[in-house]
Design a protein around this ligand. Structure first.
Ligand code: GUN
Length: 299
């Protein structure tokens, strides 16, 4: 194995520590940033994620507001809750956990969130700001990926970047961020022809497809930076019947033998998402009060 292993867990802990320091500074002026999380239904993965968010929000000194709605909640109920949170001065950031139950139009809910409190960066206003290079909120997972990439290579100008996946949550904002760093960006997806050859050109390869071990070692350009966004649960019979383990979208051992730097799963991109959410909530709290955003990202 030759690649540098990018320790997202350690980076995220450091970022949370810097956020906590900035929150402590704000508290001297009586400012306590608040993050509201809305969860409708009882999807187990979402429940775990929301619980972790609430714990880490409190750990950095922010206030956490949790709104748990039943899976039968109507669209009107969710929209009414979002309207209340938009108007609540104690709430700086609003996150509505996706996916929402089928009877609720997610896009309508996202567009109802005040763009100044949209710490997920999913509102079209913030997506548009990212696209046009105007400051705004950037989706947490791609922001975390960019921080990890720049932790091993601060200047990305001119590099060939390939993003596999075109979702609004990861693939598209990731491509915009890399373009903003002057990379030459290719967005690959399920209809891309000769994906392997496309990947082999990448100095930076970001895999966000949700297919276990899809990217093989011989798809990787020697020395490339490989970022694995996948969180896939697969059977793990060695640990016992019915047991599972989490793997990424990249066949790690094969890829690590070729890459220059690579994120592991777990412990790579995953911990960065909540750390970046807290960073965005701090940004929202400062912006709403006309305060400068403290410098946090220099690693
Ligand atoms: N579901 C999976 N990831 C995310 C995320 O980053 N934000 C929200 N709101 N829902 C998600």
């Amino acid at each position: 194995m030759s690649a540098t292993i990018i320790d997202g867990k350690a980076y995220a802990a450091g970022l949370r520590g810097r956020v906590a320091g900035a929150v402590a500074d704000l508290s001297r002026d009586g400012v306590v940033p608040g993050l509201a999380v809305v969860l409708a239904g009882s999807d187990p993965a979402s429940q775990i994620y929301v619980r972790n968010k609430a714990r880490q929000t409190v750990e950095v000194g922010m206030e956490s507001f949790e709104h748990l709605l039943p899976a039968t909640a109507s669209e009107a109920e969710v929209l009414a809750l979002v309207a209340r949170l938009n108007a609540d001065p104690a709430v700086d950031g609003i996150l509505v956990q996706l996916p929402l139950p089928a009877q609720i139009d997610s896009q309508k809910v996202i567009e109802a969130i005040d763009p100044g409190k949209d710490v997920d960066g999913f509102h079209p206003i913030n997506a548009g700001r990212l696209m046009t290079g105007v400051p705004g909120f950037v989706s947490c997972t791609p922001l975390g990926c960019l921080l990890l990439i720049r932790s091993v290579r601060p200047d990305l100008a001119g590099l060939d970047a390939v993003v596999i996946g075109r979702s609004n949550i990861v693939g598209k904002p990731m491509a915009q961020l890399l373009l903003g760093q002057s990379c030459t960006v290719t967005v690959a997806h399920s209809r891309t022809r000769d994906l392997e050859a496309v990947c082999r050109r990448a100095d930076i390869l970001v895999a966000a497809v949700g297919r276990p071990d899809m990217v093989r070692g011989d798809w990787i350009k020697p020395g490339a930076i490989v970022i694995d966004v996948g969180i896939n649960r697969v059977p793990n019979p060695q640990a016992g019947e019915g047991k599972t383990r989490v793997v990424g979208d990249v066949a790690f051992a094969e890829a690590a033998a070729v890459a220059g730097a690579i994120t592991p799963v777990p412990g790579g991109v995953g911990p960065m998402t909540i750390a970046c959410l807290l960073r965005n909530t701090l940004q929202a709290a400062c912006q709403r009060r006309g305060l400068p955003m403290p410098a946090l990202d220099a690693a």
